[in-house]
Design a protein around this ligand. Sequence first.
Ligand code: NOJ
Ligand code: CA
Length: 540
Amino acid sequence: MTDAAIESTGGGEAPWWRRGVIYQIYPRSFQDTNGDGIGDLPGIVRRLDHLAWLGVDAVWISPFYPSPMADFGYDVTDHCAVDRAYGGIVDFDDIVREAHARGIRVIVDYIPNHTSHRHPWFLASRLSREAERRDWYVWRDPAPDGGPPNNWVSAFGGSAWTWDAHTRQYYLHTFLREQPDLNWRNPEVVDAMVQVLRFWLNRGADGVRVDAVQAVIKDEAMRDNPPNPAYVEGRDDPYERLLREHSTDQPGVHEVIARMREVVDGYPGERVLIGEIYNEVERVMAYYGQDGRGVHFPYNFQLIKLPWNARALEAAVTRYESLLPEGAWPNWVLGNHDRMRVASRVGPAQARVAAMLLLTLRGTPTVYYGDEIGMRNAVIPPDRVRDPWELNLPGRGLGRDPVRTPMQWSAEPNAGFSEAEPWLPLAEDWERVNVAAQADEPRSMLALHRALLALRRAEPALALGDWAPVPAAGDVFAYTRTHGQDRLLVALNLGATPASVEIVGTGRLLLSTALDRADEDVQGRLELRGGEGVVVRMEG
Ligand code: NOJ
Ligand code: CA
């Protein structure tokens, strides 16, 4: 990494991935440049100025590899290339160059657990039981009754095993049958996937987000998973019917991650390894690894799931902070391409409070594209559904299309996303909720994000300071961030009616989520309007 803008943001008191803010791009829906209704890599380049203006430090780009798109790019046929729909490898190089020139790092998705069923490795593996690549995937004989080898279920519905009539064995797929699981117990697979990691790091990627990493190692004996006693038929996602005791989060996974970490650490310039781990907080913590051999951070998805309630959030943040291993760095996320959008979950007013929460907690925040303008889940008519999860299990609210709709850039046709009909419909509010409209509006959600990002960049207490809760009641969640002599207080009103919190000493209000007050002196009782959050610099 020789680029001056990137160099100038390195070498501080903490690596960029601790100080910085990540922005997640779903490339299919960010910006189309060739009029096919599908976002592409040149579209990302076109919009880098928006991201630089917004003030993010890195982008994580969801998969853009060649793929039959059974799972929209999480089913890869070539890990070291770009799908034609998104451009070519030179377009990736352009992203790296142009992003770095703006001081923005680039994180790519790394998908080790599975490939597409059309990947040449799988085609070679399914040729025969004796095939050279047979053991690159997970093949097993049927159970004595001819059924699948065990009771494991696929994350997207149905058995996790598919029968291959030609070789008369089942293959394992944690996700779709079009996504066979690789066998990470095979050292050849490890080597091949290490080469993939090197490929992107060599091309200038600043890090990777590792997909479904807790699934890469399975129980050697492939024992049945036990039933989940909390599961309610009809109410819960069928994937929750069994506890994943033997299919994910096995001890051996940490050795695999240590290997990935070793590769990443072999590169200069603060490359980062981030793991996607959906699990209980205690289990998630194990992924920091022993002696810094794990991921730099495992994604912490709690804010996506927790009830929007001050006491619940306070308890969860306090607990998470207390469980972090020595020296481990936290992180927070409000949404992603798999989960409901935050503005739909908590409502547009509280989405502003959520933004202040995300961008003032201790730990690296990841902002999902469109959340900076308060994009909401779109309504997808049945004939426009694309997500295989929704197609397999319709009407249960599992589908992810509503959170993957085109970025709303302007009130121009197709929201400025494309000259053609987009691959997914636009959310219905696009003519009002878009970047162009909010850029002109001094108190918009976009302006709030920009102000929060600028404040976080300017205040080491927000980027790096210690976190401590402040006693508060009712709907108020309050905490301090302290760095040396600097102490900032954040007070968030999660309710719709006025509330207050007692503060000790005097302070100066720096920012309100309403963006209509600043530079006020505060002391004693700090009054908050309904749905208001504030950041205050404490004096003395
Ligand atoms: C997690 C990804 O975030 C999700 O979108 C995908 O479907 C699965 N992993 C399978 O790769
Ligand atoms: Ca396109």
